[in-house]
Design a binder for this molecule. Structure first.
Ligand code: 5GP
Ligand code: MN
Length: 325
């Protein structure tokens, strides 16, 4: 699907009418969340808007090199924009403590997203599930609005594209995306530096977490999974949300059709990260547990102990991996 010119015109009409614009992305932000947030933020500042950028969690260290990363706010206190644009967030709750602002009847909300599970919570929903990333959609928005790229904007957007496609390795990479990446490089975005600093890099502490988690890795009926108990994370001293995407490594195992990592970041609930090879669908499994995401990359936060959540989710993953494709 592509977003029609008329819809982009409506987007730019609403942006044009607003003076103070708040941009908000999802909690536990990844490169696309931060790249789309900062890229659009810089572009709107260039056309004279008063912009604030916000996220429930701090910008992860590996994205701190991005221009504007140090200005991202973590609290909604005192924010009263004319317009709020939610980025890469399929529903208000994904933005954590900014959900209240999104749900406030006084604030006009636009949703710019590429999740097929987007609930359509905005006044205008610019949702393209075929887009590789929300950052690619921001680039579409800028091109539709006739806004020029510069090195800073291009660096943010290419970071989002590179991280969401794992450096152009996902099946949603199209010739058109590669041409867009070329335009971003022409504008000054450093592709090698972005790849080397993001998808091709993990910290030593993440490697130690993986090595612990991999002791218990299992492969059954095409499903590969590993667990990260709270005690394991604590013993290693790993405090950040997320885990550096162990689930990608698991899906690279040739025998696996579906991969899962179950991690306990807080007592009482389990974060489930799911990935599938093309032809299988983990978004449907995530949805069964109140989560969401994309067909090939989805997740959910499920109440319960690790054992309970694994016991509930695994049968659905095995059923998915058994499907004839
Ligand atoms: P990850 O495994 O990288 O944390 O998440 C993969 C995808 O699943 C992301 O696109 C993200 O939007 C979605 N996702 C992860 N966790 C949740 C969740 O708790 N709720 C929803 N709705 N989506 C999630
Ligand atoms: Mn994304």
């Amino acid at each position: 699907m592509r977003i029609r010119k008329q819809i982009w015109d409506e987007f730019w009409r609403l942006v044009g009418a607003a003076d103070r614009i708040a941009l908000v992305t999802h909690k536990a932000p990844d490169g696309d969340a931060i790249g789309s947030l900062l890229g659009l933020g810089l572009a709107l500042k260039r056309i004279g808007k008063r912009v604030i950028t916000a996220c429930h969690d701090p910008v992860p260290d590996k994205f701190r090199f991005l221009p504007g990363a140090s200005e991202v706010l973590q609290s909604p206190d005192g924010i009263a924009p004319d317009l709020l644009i939610a980025l890469d967030s399929s529903e208000p709750a994904r933005t954590g403590r900014f959900a209240g602002l999104i749900n406030s009847p006084e604030i006009d909300v636009l949703s710019l997203d590429h999740h097929p599970t987007n609930t359509g919570f905005g006044l205008l929903n610019l949702v393209d599930p075929d887009a590789s990333s929300t950052s690619e959609l921001v680039m579409d928005a800028l091109e539709a609005g006739g806004l020029a790229l510069d090195e800073s904007i291009a660096t943010c957007l290419l970071t989002g594209i590179v991280t969401d496609t794992q450096a152009f390795r996902t099946p949603n990479v199209t010739p058109s995306l590669l041409l867009k990446a070329g335009r971003l490089m022409n504008a000054g975005a450093p592709l090698y530096k972005i790849i080397a600093g993001t998808v091709a890099s993990i910290s030593y502490i993440v490697l130690r977490l993986w090595s612990e988690a991999l002791r218990g890795v299992r492969l059954e009926d095409g499903v590969i999974w590993a667990v990260e108990p709270l005690e394991m994370r604590k013993a290693i001293g790993y405090e950040e949300p997320g885990d550096g995407h162990l689930v990608h490594l698991l899906l690279s195992v040739a025998e696996a059709k579906v991969a899962a990592v179950f991690r306990m970041e807080r007592a009482g609930e389990v974060e489930v990260s799911l990935r599938a090879r093309p032809g299988y669908n983990v978004a449907s499994v995530a949805r069964e547990f109140g989560g969401g995401g994309h067909i090939l990359a989805a997740g959910a936060t499920v109440p319960g102990s690790l054992d309970e959540v694994v016991a509930r989710v695994l049968p659905l993953l095995k059923a998915e991996a058994r499907r004839e494709i």
